[in-house]
Design a protein around this ligand. Structure first.
Ligand code: SF4
Ligand code: SF4
Length: 299
């Protein structure tokens, strides 16, 4: 369980008002996501590009895509109505590190106006090592990396291809590069004092028995939280084109895998797999109050 009892004091000081990382804070502080980053550089078998990045969001969700300027206006409007707003995250709808220009522009605009809002982003990790210096310079507090496998034999069943250094790669080569970049990004960020959470999508029959190894590997490299999320099987979402017939885990299967990681990195058990444009306290979504056409022209 994530909480004050099992974190070192320095980490706790950084996360205590972050609703995702502290179970205490998630009742009092609000987060919002803005969906500014549509591009992605890999293919996950469980993803359907029509929807938000499934690494952080519930499947089947289409978030309102915004330009960085529109996103900044929206953040200002939310901040004026939701005083508990403490965190702004970019979780897609594609990959925030690959679509870096838009991610950076959004954070720069918001940080100039609301310097106290904490910034966080999530990524599949492939492009992450390229941006570590800027992430540190921009004071991005938290990064989430989705790591579903550290064994490329398993990874290749989850990722049919990646796009890296101008070329599409497949099979073991793709899974190996992705794994190496994810772990490299994790090590680089934690070495610079950025808090890193790791997400893993539990896919029964593919990586369920492997996630304890992922947990161990990310702990060694300084991840402070591991969030094992259930694959949510949804025909509309594409879990069926690459992972034919795969279903999500039952609650008991999820708990079994989570329990098998006991003693490793702290597990996060209250992630709600929020939309890429979620607004409000965890467990509530006031995003519909702040859609683009409802924003004032100038904030
Ligand atoms: Fe889809 Fe996210 Fe995977 Fe990209 S990283 S393919 S957007 S689930
Ligand atoms: Fe927090 Fe999980 Fe929602 Fe992200 S998806 S804002 S980590 S609860």
């Amino acid at each position: 369980k994530a909480g004050s009892a099992d974190m070192d004091p320095a980490t706790w000081a950084k996360v205590k008002d972050h609703p995702c990382y502290s179970e205490e804070a998630h009742h009092y502080f609000a987060r919002m996501h803005v969906a500014v980053a549509p591009a992605c550089n890999i293919q996950c078998n469980y993803c359907n590009r029509k929807y938000d990045c499934a690494n952080e969001s519930r499947p089947g969700v289409v978030s309102e895509r915004l330009t960085p300027e529109q996103a900044a206006r929206k953040v200002m409007a939310v901040a004026s109505k939701v005083p508990q707003l403490s965190v702004l995250g970019i979780a897609g709808p594609g990959d925030a590190a690959y679509d870096w220009r838009r991610t950076r522009a959004t954070f720069d605009l918001v940080a100039a106006r609301l310097p106290d809002v904490k910034l966080c982003m999530s990524s599949n990790g492939l492009a992450l090592p390229d941006h570590v210096d800027e992430i540190v310079a921009m004071n991005i507090d938290h990064v989430t990396i989705t790591i579903n496998a550290i064994d490329p034999e398993i990874g290749q069943q989850i990722y049919p291809w990646i796009f890296f250094q101008g070329r599409r790669r497949t099979g073991l080569e793709a899974a190996t590069i992705l794994r190496d970049r994810q772990l490299q990004g994790l090590e680089m960020l934690t070495a610079r004092g950025v808090l890193v959470k790791v997400n893993s999508v539990l896919i029964p029959g593919i990586n369920d028995a492997h996630l304890t190894e992922v947990n161990r590997a990310v702990k060694e490299r300084g991840a402070f939280l591991h969030n094992i999320m259930p694959l949510i099987s949804d025909p509309a979402h594409g879990t069926h084109f690459g992972l034919t017939g795969r279903r999500g885990p039952t609650a008991a299967e999820l708990k079994k895998v989570q329990d098998s990681c006991a003693g490793g990195v702290n597990l996060m058990r209250h992630c709600r797999q929020c939309r890429a444009d979620a607004v409000g306290l965890l467990g509530e979504d006031r995003g519909q109050e702040f859609t683009l056409e409802k924003l004032p022209e100038v904030v």
